[in-house]
Ligand binder design. Structure first.
Ligand SMILES: *[C@@H]1O[C@H](CO)[C@@H](O)[C@H](O)[C@H]1NC(C)=O
Ligand SMILES: *[C@@H]1O[C@H](CO)[C@@H](O)[C@H](O)[C@H]1NC(C)=O
Ligand SMILES: *[C@@H]1O[C@H](CO)[C@@H](O)[C@H](O)[C@H]1NC(C)=O
Length: 360
């Protein structure tokens, strides 16, 4: 129990420092994250994180950025769901204390977000500890994957050569940092099924990046003749990572502790093996239709819904049968934008009437 408590607390610090700027940004005030304030807050948590925090102030900034990226992606993926990945820190903390599917997604997407943000910072030269990587020709990764072989065969150029070059993303570094900052190892000798689940889901998030790494190439040679190409490995867009994790969310596997108290087993004997691309959970979700501050649910009253849609996001499903009402709202938008030489775009603000349906 203690290690879970600790985990939540560390997560809490990251999320609060993550969510507060998110909310401020809405008011048009981007906020620069202060690594010192994060370290000050984590000082209360004894152990590894305090040291990590103080010895790597640049990284902590990227960690926070990554967690924010993860939460924003969560909100995008869930905007049509009854649970919309709430932006209220307190409710999110309550959700994270339960081992439900939604929690699995949040852990996975934030661990992936941290890996993505740190790796990105490396490639942009923003961190002294890391940079681009060029794979060595002798390295195992030189092998052309099946998809790339198809590309080569389809190419009309038979005699072109390629080599690793350019600025490859150093995902191994990002992976390691995500592990260091997001995974709390169980305390020695103490087995905790819940933290096993969280660690599994963190790993699933990072694996979602690894399995979608792609190869980008650039042509060289006289007047673009492409007799030589250099290729490098790039991470997927974070949206693709979110999409992938959302699929895993829908096929998440319910587990329980094994007899030895140190392992996890699926409840359904026909479930797929618990490898690193499945999300796992151990408890059923609360009723997201009802507001309940004990379980951190907000209900769906006041949510905008689509009256003609019959699937997710439609008023029928989103409003939980409580009905909805139509309102006309005025929305301000940019309009009549003109380009002024050079280089400015000036717009006017127009207000537009829009019909929206809101859940009762
Ligand atoms: C989620 O829904 C609540 C209402 O239940 C709303 O107040 C909030 O703005 C929504 N959050 C996001 C990120 O869409
Ligand atoms: C509502 O749903 C319909 C049907 O699925 C879709 O065509 C339409 O674009 C949606 N409207 C909005 C405002 O999202
Ligand atoms: C909004 O709804 C009203 C009444 O149903 C309708 O007359 C009006 O044309 C609608 N406006 C828009 C912008 O769709």
């Amino acid at each position: 129990m203690l290690s879970k408590q600790k985990h939540v607390t560390w997560f809490h610090v990251i999320l609060f420092t993550t969510l507060i700027p998110l909310q401020r940004r809405v008011n048009g005030n981007p906020l620069v994250m202060d690594p010192n304030s994060i370290c000050r807050k984590t000082r209360m948590l004894a152990g590894r994180h305090t040291d990590l925090c103080q010895s790597q102030p640049e990284i902590i900034q990227e960690v926070a950025k990554g967690a924010r990226l993860g939460i924003r992606e969560c909100q995008h993926q869930f905007h049509n769901h009854r649970w919309n990945c709430t932006s209220q820190g307190r409710n999110l903390a309550k959700i994270l204390q339960q081992d439900i599917r939604e929690t699995a997604f949040v852990y996975a997407v934030t661990a992936a977000g941290v890996m993505h943000a740190v790796t990105q910072a490396c490639s942009q030269g923003a961190l002294p500890q890391c940079g681009c990587v060029t794979l060595q020709s002798s390295s195992e990764t030189y092998r052309v994957s099946p998809a790339e072989e198809v590309l080569i065969q389809a190419s009309s150029l038979h005699d072109w050569h390629w080599e690793w070059g350019g600025c490859g993303d150093d995902v191994d570094f990002g992976y390691e940092k995500s592990r260091q900052f997001m995974d709390i190892r169980q305390r020695k000798g103490k087995s905790d099924i819940r933290s096993l689940i969280d660690l599994h889901n963190n790993e699933a998030g990072r694996v979602a990046i690894q399995i979608q790494m792609r190869t980008e190439c650039k042509c060289h040679g006289l007047s673009g003749s492409c007799t030589l190409r250099s290729c490098w490995k790039k991470m997927p867009l974070f949206r693709q990572v979110g999409d992938q994790l959302m699929q895993s969310f829908h096929t998440a596997v319910r587990v329980m502790g094994g007899n030895d108290g140190k392992s996890l087993v699926s409840i359904d004997p026909d479930a797929p093996p618990l490898d690193a691309n499945v999300l796992i959970y151990s408890a059923e979700s609360p009723d997201f239709c009802k507001a309940n501050h004990r379980s951190g649910t907000e209900g769906t009253g006041g949510r905008a819904c689509n009256r003609t849609e019959t699937g997710p996001g439609g008023c029928d499903s989103l409003c939980c049968g409580n009905g909805f009402a139509d309102f006309t709202v005025e929305e301000e938008e940019n309009c009549e934008c003109r380009f002024h030489w050079c280089c400015e775009v000036q717009c006017q603000t127009c207000s537009q009437r829009k019909n929206v349906s809101l859940c009762l």
